[in-house]
Design a protein around this ligand. Structure first.
Ligand code: AMP
Ligand code: FES
Ligand code: ZN
Ligand code: ZN
Length: 315
């Protein structure tokens, strides 16, 4: 296969675009596409202060690399979840993020959950019995809360994450087969800030397939953590990703089309009536002041309060 731009040997074939490119032209294409989507979806401007959530994985480190090269100002936020029991997963991913920030001379904020709340994510999940044997729901609640809190405290204009198209399509697939209207309404690559205190959120990589972000990270020589979180084994989204990739291999472009058709349906107003039916009213948490759909205390404060009580009882 030859590069469509220069005729030399292609390193990647993107069948959904009928496009094969050599290393240099792929890196150029990837960077230009990122810029194009940031503009097209009005994600942020050059003067905006961006907080980028970096996990140490390929997507968020590649995103930091690209937006830095494009000239945007983005500080990194790494949340140390304390998932270390057998694979030192958090420890190793934090090292990758620290090294990247150091080498590129970028500002990195580290939020250490154990220091902040007195326990790690797996401990909190055990104490509160949330999610039975898996800490993923405690982890999700915590990450969302901490990202919003730090972005607001630091007066950032926008919070960016490294979600790619495969992530988004797997979530869309799950939301669709379960007809979760509330989630479908909220799923979008750009979520505006809310007057009650949700920061604006964007996903600049939502148009790239996972193999493209992986190729970018690899070709740029970015050192990232290759493992998934040890608790992700058997997760539904991983199963959906496998199914969707099987379909994609027979019908190139299926994943992209599924997601873009969903966005088009939203733009054309097909979800408008639903929006009125599912209008959410947010309150402010009495403990931390962040917005919540709960009447008094947000899920984050409830989780960590229960964890502290349970932990002190066994001491
Ligand atoms: P995941 O939910 O692991 O697929 O990650 C999706 C996105 O969330 C990543 O691309 C990051 O932007 C962000 N993220 C995940 N884990 C962390 C973390 N520990 N610290 C900061 N950001 C994270
Ligand atoms: Fe949160 Fe795995 S449980 S990253
Ligand atoms: Zn070329
Ligand atoms: Zn709270």
């Amino acid at each position: 296969m030859k590069c469509k731009k220069c005729g030399s040997k292609a390193v990647i074939n993107m069948r959904q675009h009928k496009l094969g490119l050599c290393c240099d032209h792929f890196l150029q294409w990837f960077t230009n596409q990122t810029q194009r989507f940031i503009k097209k979806y009005k994600m942020f401007e050059f003067q905006d202060r961006i907080l980028l959530a970096v996990s140490g994985g390929k997507d968020s480190l590649a995103l930091w690399d690209v937006i830095h090269r494009l000239g945007y100002k983005a500080d990194g936020l790494y949340i140390n979840l304390g998932i270390n029991h057998d694979t030192s997963y958090s420890q190793r991913s934090m090292e990758k993020v620290k090294n990247f920030a150091h080498d590129q001379d970028l500002k990195l904020i580290i939020a250490d959950i154990e220091e902040m709340e007195g326990a790690s994510i797996p401990e909190a999940a055990r104490f509160t019995l949330r999610g039975k044997d898996k800490p993923c729901s405690t982890c999700g609640i915590t990450k969302r809360h901490v990202m919003n809190h730090i972005a607001r405290q630091g007066e950032y204009d926008v919070l960016a994450t490294g979600h790619n198209l495969d992530d988004e399509v797997a979530v869309l697939f799950g939301n669709t087969i379960n007809w979760q209207m509330g989630y479908l309404l909220r799923q979008h690559p750009v979520l505006e800030s809310s007057p009650k205190g949700f920061i604006r959120k964007v996903k600049p990589f939502f148009r790239f397939y996972e193999r493209e972000t992986a190729a970018y990270a690899f070709l740029r020589g970015i050192d990232y953590i290759h493992d998934e979180c040890p608790f992700a084994v058997g997760a539904k989204t991983i199963y959906y990703k496998e199914m969707l990739n099987q379909m994609e291999s027979k019908r190139p472009g299926l994943k992209l089309n599924f997601y873009l058709s969903f966005l088009r349906a939203k733009e054309e107003g097909y979800f408008a009536e639903l929006r009125a039916m599912h209008a959410e009213d947010f309150n402010l948490c009495e403990t931390c002041g962040q917005p919540t759909s709960a009447p008094k205390q947000c899920a984050y404060c409830r989780t960590w309060e229960r964890t502290r009580i349970a932990k002190s009882a066994i001491k």
